[in-house]
Write a new protein. Structure first.
Ligand SMILES: *Cc1c(COP(=O)(O)O)cnc(C)c1O
Length: 399
């Protein structure tokens, strides 16, 4: 029987990305449909009562049951090899929904120091208001994680590899540590996506996504998701259902179609990034390239073991400090000067004055954000054109 409604466990990643999640309707459509509807109608009062009461499965209201959103959720769950996925309106609301679902006043989070800036604000400024405190540790230092854990620790949270310096944490070790202390481990898998890293298979309890980045891959929409076991995801679902940070059907459809080319795009992103990293590392205006795909990276072996490839975000330290970095950025004519990443378009930014601009000088020093650091999120343009755009400013620095 032809049945593409159930993810076949034996299927490879690309097949899952293309073939899972869609429950075909009576219209016999080939492509995945969009259901732009807020509510659903019933044959009778009795059917409505059964649907609302949960006695009968089915759609009720698009804050928590929309077929287009569910297609995306099933497909991403299949890719992460998770039992269940809940989609959210953004990556930030995925993290918020996870925290609201799992934590209460008095609980503690231990998190890596190099986190997305808004995640730090969410933890400190907003969760802090409700009596949840967060301790930050060096991502790759297992002893530091261990030392920060207390009996109140409920959640460990990390991004690996980190942005923009590509530090790597051993997910299996972090998971063992968390579970030994009765805590959960959540991994923000934004930078590698399930095409390159599957944290659940390594022992993590939850995977967080900003779908805004590579899952879409073309910079079209904002969204997020949480993936993990049924027990935990039922709690996350409850938060989204009640508090309302739900994904729109239009955006869910964009992400669903984005996933179809995820494997292909990530291969191409990584190939461009690897070659660009080699070229940059050899350029006389470049002091250091931070990329876990380079043999010079201190955790290259761990990254090679844990990841299928190394992603496409490069930290590039140039000579001349901030002035040097800004001159390289300003000499580009094609690259997009923006803080976003995960797009077919290559982006370039100066972390010290943009994404990490709110950190104090001490915090920047602790996080390794130097004045000469540039972040390049490598896109899918021709490598020669990306190189030529960067060479203009880099060559001028050594002339
Ligand atoms: C962008 C990003 C987020 C937040 O996602 P939004 O979709 O912008 O809300 C969270 N984590 C990481 C690593 C990100 O890059």
């Amino acid at each position: 029987m032809h049945d593409d409604t159930h993810p076949a466990d034996a299927w490879g990643l690309d097949t899952r990305a293309i073939r899972t999640g869609h429950h075909r309707t009576g219209e016999q459509e080939h492509g995945e449909p969009i259901f732009p509807t807020s509510s659903f109608v019933y044959e009778s009062a009795a059917e409505a009562a059964r649907k609302f009461g949960g006695d009968e499965p089915g759609n009720v209201y698009s804050r928590f049951t929309n077929p287009t959103v569910q297609t995306f959720e099933r497909r991403l769950a299949a890719l992460e090899d998770g039992a269940r996925c809940v989609a959210t309106s953004s990556g930030m609301s995925a993290i918020l929904a996870t925290a609201l679902a799992l934590l209460e006043a008095g609980d503690e989070i231990v998190a890596s120091r190099s986190l997305f800036g808004s995640t730090v604000s969410l933890f400190d400024k907003y969760l802090g208001k409700f009596g949840i405190t967060t301790r930050y540790v060096e991502l790759s230092n297992l002893e530091a994680w261990q030392a920060a854990i207390t009996p109140a620790t409920k959640l460990m949270f990390a991004e690996t590899p980190s942005n923009p310096l590509s530090e790597v944490a051993d997910i299996a070790e972090l998971a063992d540590l968390a579970h030994g202390h009765g805590a959960w481990l959540a991994i923000d898998n934004c930078f590698l996506t399930p095409a390159l890293q599957q944290p659940l298979a390594l022992g993590a309890d939850l995977v967080i996504h900003s779908a805004t980045k590579y899952l879409d891959g073309q910079g079209r929409a904002v969204g997020g998701a949480v993936v993990g076991p049924d027990t935990l995801l039922e709690e996350v679902f409850g938060v989204v259902r009640t508090c309302g940070p739900c994904l729109s059907p239009f955006n869910a459809w964009i992400f669903t179609k984005g996933l179809e080319t995820l494997g292909l795009r990530m291969k191409a992103h990584c190939a461009n990034a690897r070659q660009l990293a080699d070229w940059l590392e050899a350029h006389p205006a470049v002091e250091r390239v931070h990329y876990s795909g380079l043999a010079s990276h201190p955790q290259h072996a761990l990254a090679a073991r844990q990841q299928r490839d190394f992603g496409a975000v490069l930290g590039v330290e140039v000579i001349g400090g901030r002035e040097g970095a800004w001159s390289v950025i300003d000499a580009t004519r094609m690259l997009s000067i923006t803080g976003n990443l995960g797009d077919v378009k290559t982006t370039i930014t100066h972390p010290g004055t943009t994404t990490h601009g709110r950190l104090s000088d001490d915090q920047k020093a602790a996080a390794g954000i130097r004045e000469g650091l540039i972040r390049v999120a490598v896109g899918l343009e021709d490598l020669a054109d990306i190189q030529a755009d960067l060479a203009r400013g880099l060559d001028a620095l050594v002339r």
